[in-house]
Design a protein around this ligand. Sequence first.
Ligand code: BGC
Length: 386
Amino acid sequence: MKKSRHLIALIAILALVVAACGGDDGDDTTTTDGGADTTAAPDTTAASDTTAAPDTTTAGGDDDELVIGVSWNNYNEERWALWDEPAIQSALDEAGATYINSDAGSSAEQQLADVENLIAQGADALIILAQDGTAILPAVQSALEQGIPVIAYDRLIEDTGALYITFDNIGVGRLQAEVIYDMVPTGNYVIIKGNAADANADFLREGYEQVIGDAVANGDIEIVFEEYTDNWDPALAQTNMEQALTQANNDVQAVLSENDGMAGGVVAALEQQGLAGQVPVSGQDGDQAALNRVALGTQSVSVWKDARELGVAAGTAAVALAQGAALGDVEGVVQFDSPGGNSMTSILLEPIPITQDNLNVVVDAGWIDVGTLCQGVEAGSVDVCE
Ligand code: BGC
């Protein structure tokens, strides 16, 4: 099957090359171990590339070597390039598989083309961080029909043929809300949600509901502003927070922000009003800047998801699936009931809330160094910064 796929890929690429270059000397457009740089500049130095045909053995060279294609929707948050990608690569290295990747630059349309492209490059399994969990479905179906296993990475893609590997995202929302609700059991709340096309935005919101739902129903809490944020964009989150503060005449007691990047925008808006550090703010990801804000007291919690574990789990599973394992045979799988009424074969890792009280957890895990964590922190205010 692998050989015939490579043959199809060869023909497809040859056709493209002939059409585009008139049979010009072959540029190698494969992206190998490209890190965040996916511009795939033609490699004119490739010594072995002596024929007119491109290198259709793709990244690895040896036709028996497994190739795993990862389609990133973007690298906007720190975690993807800093933690997730190297972890996937390390699992693939360990298994002797080759990593190829693409970056859709936040375009759902581009991501459809990227997936086809990864298949044309000989991917034996795909790991997809979806820009839009619905728009990506045709590409996933096409891959599965061609016998190429798919992992829905971190974000849900509702196709039961895919393996869904993520953290307990409802749990992330619950943990954020528990910290904030504990600090502010009554008052005006602002809710800054992530990208609407990412199921995680609603999963977190569901977790919030589990914690503050009753208090909202009985009037103890009023949600004075609630908005999705395109692409989880920190600048947009800041604009929304500015608008929320204006609308509420600064009468805001707590902010549930779904991730750390957006929490940065929220805290900037609070700072402009002299309110940073007075209004509890949540986040997730354990971004370096966010953990520093936790130490400084301008953010109350960052729910930490050890993305290294997620990346290794996905890389390892991708290799197993490419070698023919069934979804149910992958180690650690459970069934997850999706919002669309599907039972998804899933791996769900546990998130951990990080507050000023347990910052040592991320230091001990080698996630952040004390210098970065404690920058600007007043002596004597936080244990780990002593
Ligand atoms: C992830 C978060 C991330 C966000 C923006 C979500 O799907 O779960 O960790 O901050 O996307 O990239």
